[in-house]
Design a protein around this ligand. Structure first.
Ligand code: SF4
Length: 243
């Protein structure tokens, strides 16, 4: 086990200054190596939103907008005990639903969307969460990111949902730069090797949540420190020589 070496502080940039300037390009071999290490460290990465079927996953992802997964997970056991299908959710009604999710930000809007979404799934999709992006994005409260998470986690599609963590990592490290989440998603879709696409979303989110933090990235604990192109990184070696 090697420890990550400290580098002399380069012209120190803010840790959040991730979109500044053009960064060196990653080579194909470097990208392959980064994902090889992510896979070796966590072969079967999982999301942290609790769910019991595709519908409850969809509900949890809708609830997680501008909220933490931990906060959503506190509310969903009681919610899913009361309503784990679109039929039951629609029958619950907006007021009761609000009461069950009131600890989560924007709960009134989310309750309204979840009732409308549940009714639409019952009426137009025979009570089954649709499996296409178009049909998912046509549901109230469901955008591209939510559709990507559902397609990936519930249906095994190799989609990459770009959340705040992935957007930051893509721009900061130079792996996939872009002004919008869609730009970053498009670039990741182009550069991530096919064999790693299915789990790329979770590897990158977990990396952003626990290592490449927004304010103070833990470069000394980073598996891809030697590959990262961010000039402000504080380590250059990765933690283990080979996995
Ligand atoms: S070295 Fe790792 S933790 Fe540090 S900025 Fe780069 S990817 Fe993030």
């Amino acid at each position: 086990m090697r420890t990550a070496a400290k580098v002399k502080s380069p012209a120190r940039r803010s840790a959040t200054d991730h979109a500044a300037g053009a960064l060196p390009q990653w080579t194909t071999a470097e990208i392959e190596e980064a994902f090889r290490r992510f896979k070796a460290a966590r072969p079967e990465p999982k999301g942290e939103l609790e769910h019991i079927n595709p519908f409850t996953l969809l509900v949890a992802v809708v609830l997680s907008a501008q909220a933490t997964d931990a906060g959503v997970n506190k509310a969903t056991p009681a919610l899913f005990a009361a309503a784990d299908t679109p039929e039951k959710m629609a029958a619950l009604g907006e007021k009761r639903l609000q009461g069950l999710i009131k600890t989560i930000g924007l709960f009134r809007t989310k309750a309204k969307n979840l009732i409308a979404l549940s009714k639409k799934i019952v009426q137009e999709h025979s009570g089954e969460v649709p499996r296409t992006r178009e049909a998912l994005e046509a549901l109230p409260g469901v955008g591209r990111k939510t559709a990507n998470v559902v397609l990936n986690v519930a249906f095994g599609e190799p989609t990459i949902a770009v959340d705040t963590h992935i957007f930051r990592i893509g721009n900061r490290t130079g792996l996939a730069t872009g002004k919008t989440p869609f730009d970053v998603e498009t670039k990741l879709d182009r550069v991530v090797p096919a064999e790693y696409k299915r789990h790329a979303h979770h590897w990158l989110i977990l990396h952003g949540r626990y290592v490449c933090l927004a304010r103070r990235p833990l470069c000394e604990k980073c598996l891809i420190a030697d590959l990262c192109k961010w000039p402000g990184k504080t380590a250059v070696n990765h933690l283990t020589s080979r996995h």
